[in-house]
Design a protein around this ligand. Structure first.
Ligand SMILES: [Zn+2]
Length: 52
């Protein structure tokens, strides 16, 4: 797969991969890391939240 967090592929994403992180609430951050909580839907979180 292509790198999803860098370069041109970002521009194909909605809002160029930016948005509000559902975990830390930071706005206009890049949400590049798909994160799945047990039994819940897939969320895209920022780099700060990816490991939590
Ligand atoms: Zn976050």
């Amino acid at each position: 797969m292509a790198k999803r967090y860098r370069g041109k592929s970002l521009k194909k994403l909605p809002s160029k991969g930016r948005g509000t992180c559902p975990i830390c609430g930071k706005t206009r951050i890049k949400l590049l890391y798909p994160y799945k909580r047990e039994g819940k839907q897939l969320l895209n979180v920022c780099k700060n939240c990816r490991d939590k």
